[in-house]
Design a protein around this ligand. Structure first.
Ligand code: HEC
Length: 137
C-alpha cells in the first residue's frame, strides 16, 4: 500500500514539476528560442526554473530528493541523512558544471539505477539552474 501511495505521489509531483516548467518556458520565449546555444548561466533565471525542482527538492531540507545546499563541489550521494539509491552513492561523481549538466540531460543515462526521473532538455535552462545551485553554498 505504501509503495503504491509513494508511486502515485511521485507521479503527481513529476507532473506538477513538468507543468511548472512548461509554464516558465511559455512565459520566457528567449529560453525556448535558445535551444542549442547556451550562454553563461543566469542564476536569477535559474532560481525561477528551480520551481520545477522544488516539486521534489529544497535547498535546506531533504524531501523526495536530497537538499541542495552546497551541492556544487560535493560528492554525489553524500548527504548523510538522505536515503539515496545505491547507484548514486556508488557513482563516484563529484558535482560540477559538467557532471550536473550531464545529470540534468538524463539522470538515468548518466547513473543507471538512480531514482531521480526528471530531465531538462534546454541547455540554457540547465546552465541557468547550475548557476543558481552554485550560489547555494
Ligand atoms: C520527481 C522528483 C524530482 C524532481 C522534479 C527533481 N529531482 Fe533531483 N533528485 C530526485 C531524487 C529522488 C534524487 C535522489 C536520486 C538517487 O538517490 O538516485 C535526486 C537527486 C538529485 C541530485 C543529486 C544530489 C546529491 O546529493 O548527490 C541533484 C544534483 C538533483 N537531484 C538536481 C535536481 C535539479 C536541479 C532538479 C530540477 C531541474 C531536480 N533535481 C528535479 C528527485 C527529483
Amino acid at each position: 500500500m505504501n509503495t503504491i501511495d509513494f508511486s502515485a505521489s511521485r507521479v503527481a509531483r513529476t507532473a506538477l514539476a513538468l507543468i511548472v516548467l512548461a509554464a516558465i518556458a511559455m512565459t520566457s520565449p528567449a529560453l525556448s528560442a535558445n535551444l542549442n546555444a547556451p550562454a553563461a548561466g543566469d542564476a536569477a533565471k535559474g532560481k525561477a526554473l528551480y520551481q520545477a525542482c522544488a516539486a521534489c527538492h529544497s535547498i535546506d531540507e531533504n524531501e523526495i530528493g536530497p537538499k541542495h545546499r552546497g551541492v556544487v563541489g560535493r560528492r554525489a550521494g553524500s548527504v548523510g541523512d538522505y536515503n539515496y539509491s545505491s547507484a548514486l552513492k556508488a557513482s563516484g561523481i563529484t558535482w560540477n558544471d559538467a557532471t550536473l549538466d550531464r545529470w540534468l540531460v538524463n539522470p538515468s543515462a548518466f547513473v543507471p539505477g538512480t531514482k531521480m526521473f526528471f530531465k531538462i532538455d534546454d541547455a540554457q535552462a540547465r546552465a541557468d539552474l547550475i548557476a543558481y545551485l552554485k550560489e547555494q553554498r
